[in-house]
Design a protein around this ligand. Structure first.
Ligand code: AMP
Ligand code: GLY
Length: 426
């Protein structure tokens, strides 16, 4: 098979690394890829959201399966274009990718399909939005409706701060994305990222992970795309997985199919595990980053038949995916300053030493090779140092030993990834 992976982050490196292990694969391409992906796949100089060039490449090379990593090409309709010309695609069409592109779309889907989620209101007028706060208690959860690069959620502690934020968001702080505002009840509990494969009508659970979104140790500081993750999570065991499939994933898949927007690809449910059970915070139309990195490390099955089964609506013929039973952890190394301004072009050394460690794989996100072969950091999140272990503690120790082997003065990482799991298991 010839496979094209779209994207160039740590998620796509992990996907390429896993796909490359399949005996079914003859050729693997990645657009645009990065310096790590270049060791697994032929990287193309095509941006991940350049729908026309990607489509032309897929036709020219007679690609058998296109695996779309990030949300931008999904929302831009890459899936639609490829399906229209008979190319198999892993990833939903643009209409189904609205589960991620519009928070209002997902909240309304939850209403229709009776999916447990936070009580909410949707507003285009600041005064009505403020009046809605009367029925809620602080903290308040304010969300820009559209895609805002993961930054569109603000959680003010006081009524005054919430009202000021409503004014700012609705007067364009997040551009068009914030002109429609969702305000919702604050949910208490532990968060988990739950993943399911879907083929339009059938769905199959993968596993859950917990990521660490805040930039500093102790889950402090601003939100990021994710500073590390671990799996399994003690907060989302088999009972929560079953309930998530029955109460959240399947009702969504059925409703989307019934409404003519069949969902195919991986459905990522961001959950709050509350006292009453799992509640949906958000859907994403893709794998989580960095959650994907640990999913790929823990997956024992060949992933390619599953990706193809999603694309070809044959998921119900597949056996459950099998998993490495013990723990996996990924630590994100980011450029100093991230998620604010950071320097580009700093040099990273000794990745090979870290990669050679037992049970460790270093996935690349924002990296490239200089013409003279040095490895340079060119993004915010740069490396995902990922380890398997016999226990959380073992996996965490291996990951940090590998982090410490990497020589990158321009980078930093959190030192406490997995702390919530350690707290419950010790
Ligand atoms: P989202 O982009 O919707 O995933 O929201 C970003 C983060 O905001 C989530 O990971 C949660 O930590 C937090 N959050 C969002 N919605 C709620 C809610 N209703 N209650 C509590 N926390 C929330
Ligand atoms: N790590 C969370 C996400 O990918 O959205």
């Amino acid at each position: 098979m010839k496979i094209l992976v779209v994207g160039g982050g740590g998620r796509e490196h992990a996907l390429c690394w896993k796909i490359r292990k399949s005996p079914l694969v003859d050729q693997l391409f990645c657009a645009p890829g990065n310096a790590g992906i270049a060791q697994e796949a032929e990287c193309l100089d095509i941006a991940a959201d350049d729908v026309s060039s990607l489509t032309n490449f897929a036709i020219e090379k007679a690609i058998d399966l296109v695996v779309i990593g990030p949300e931008a090409p999904l929302v831009a309709g890459l899936g639609d274009r490829l399906r229209a010309i008979g190319i198999s695609v892993f990833g939903p069409n643009a209409d189904a990718a609205q589960v991620e592109a519009s928070k209002a779309f997902t909240k309304e889907l939850c209403d229709r399909a009776n999916i447990p989620t936070a009580r909410y209101g949707k507003f285009t007028n600041p005064e009505t939005a403020k009046a809605f706060l009367d029925g809620l208690s602080p903290p308040y959860v304010l969300k820009a409706d559209g895609l805002a690069a993961g930054k569109g959620v603000v959680i003010p502690e006081t009524r005054e701060a919430a009202e000021a934020e409503i004014d700012e968001m609705m007067s364009g702080k997040f551009g068009e994305a914030g002109k429609t505002l969702i305000i919702e009840e604050f949910l208490k509990g532990e968060e988990a990222s739950f993943f399911a494969l879907c083929d339009g009508t059938a769905a199959m659970p993968l596993i859950a992970a917990q990521d660490h979104k805040r930039v500093h140790d102790g889950d402090e500081g601003p939100n990021t795309g994710g500073m590390g993750a671990y799996s399994p999570t003690p907060f989302a065991g088999p009972d929560i997985a079953r309930r998530t499939m029955n109460e959240i994933i399947m009702p969504a898949i059925r409703m989307l199919a019934a409404e003519g927007k069949p969902y195919s690809g991986v459905l990522f449910a961001g959950l709050m595990i509350s006292e009453e059970g799992p509640k949906l915070i958000e859907f994403n139309a893709r794998f989580g980053d960095p959650e994907c990195q640990i999913l790929m490390m823990r997956m024992l099955s060949d992933i390619v038949p599953y990706l193809k089964a999603c694309a070809d609506q044959e998921l119900d013929r597949m056996p459950p995916v099998s998993w490495h039973g013990s723990a996996a952890v990924t630590v994100v190394m980011a450029a100093k300053g991230y998620p604010g301004d950071y320097e580009k072009g700093t040099e990273i050394r000794n990745i090979d030493t870290a990669n050679a460690m037992d049970q460790v794989t270093v996935f690349h996100a924002g990296t490239k090779r200089s013409p003279d072969g040095r490895l340079l950091a060119i993004g915010g999140r740069v490396l995902n140092v990922t380890a398997l272990g016999n226990s959380y503690r073992d996996a965490i120790e291996r990951a940090y030993q590998a982090v410490d082997a990497i020589d990158w003065p321009g980078g930093f990482c959190r030192r406490d990834i997995g702390w919530r799991a350690l707290k419950t298991s010790s």
